[in-house]
Design a protein around this ligand. Structure first.
Ligand SMILES: [Zn+2]
Ligand SMILES: [Zn+2]
Length: 289
């Protein structure tokens, strides 16, 4: 709900003309309640989760980019991936959807706004960087805790059913894990609340990031490779590949927490061995030629 009856009234209140985006936003949301606008979050979650992993399904079925597959021996059929999608959608509807509606009073309390003016690009970027840092740090400790004997057997084991992850399996987990890991995602907006558009962008980017790290593909051209300390698909794939015994690569986004707290030793040894093996292989091939 925007507290101005017309565009002119909004312009007078802001002391300037509305931007093109602000006009679009005004026309769309002026007469809708804050709660109604907030409920779009559920739709956004469903849309991003349904569409973003779809190109990965095509790649898996056609084998077009098999050279970039992290675990090339593992193959998933269409029905395997569809089953995963269905299971997660069920969880999304029952747990995430309900949680979004129930958590509305907290959205009001922390002050996530939906009116005018819209946030500047700089404000959105700054807030989202902060959200990612908070998410990464708190997720690291919760994930590490979930790897204790009780936490793993009772809750986290389900997420590790995929020893070779796929995009649709990024939120594949016990319902309790979905709830617990909602805390790090929500913590950033609680500490630094912004506009609902920033909140939506954050939710979408966090989901896309999780889909990428569970994609099962390590593409050399991904732009995320330019983000300092970014973990990426290979980093998290190692955590799934090792499975329940894994005491390595707990962080969800960046690599520095695992480095600081010494939980990337297994991965570093594995990388060294892998590098050594590929050098040996290329030497042998050159000799045979
Ligand atoms: Zn884990
Ligand atoms: Zn995972």
């Amino acid at each position: 709900m925007i507290p101005y009856p017309t565009v002119e009234a909004a312009s007078v209140a802001l002391g300037r003309n509305l931007t093109w985006f602000e006009m679009v936003w005004f026309n769309y949301s002026a007469t809708k309640s804050h709660f109604y606008v907030y409920c779009h979050t559920i739709l956004l979650l469903f849309l991003v989760f349904s569409l973003a992993p779809f190109p990965l399904v095509v790649m898996e079925l056609t084998g077009w980019f098999n050279q970039y597959k992290i675990q090339p021996k593992v193959k998933y059929s269409f029905s395997d991936m569809f089953r995963c999608y269905k299971d997660v959608m069920k969880l999304f509807t029952l747990v995430v959807g309900t949680l979004q509606i129930v958590s509305y009073p907290s959205i009001q309390m922390i002050g996530i706004r939906s009116g005018l003016p819209l946030p500047s690009c700089l404000e959105m970027v700054a807030q989202i960087v902060v959200y990612f840092l908070i998410e990464d740090y708190s997720n690291y400790w919760i994930h590490r805790l979930l790897h204790c004997k009780w936490g793993y057997e009772k809750i986290h084991r389900i997420h590790h059913e995929y020893t070779s992850p796929i995009g649709y399996a990024s939120p594949y987990a016990h319902w309790a894990e979905i709830l617990i890991l909602g805390i790090p995602t929500f913590l950033g907006p609680v500490i630094a609340p912004g506009h609902i558009l920033t909140y939506w962008l954050w939710i979408a980017l966090r989901q896309i990031e999780a889909i990428e790290t569970h994609s099962g593909y390590d593409f050399p051209w991904t732009l995320t490779k330019y983000i300092p300390f970014y973990g990426g698909a290979e980093y998290h794939d190692y955590h799934h590949h090792v499975g329940g015994q894994s005491q390595s690569n707990f962080a969800s986004v960046f690599t520095y927490c695992d480095y600081i707290y010494g939980t990337d030793k297994g991965y570093r040894i594995y990388k060294k061995l892998h590098h050594h093996q590929s050098r040996l292989k290329s030497k042998l091939t050159r000799r045979e030629e």
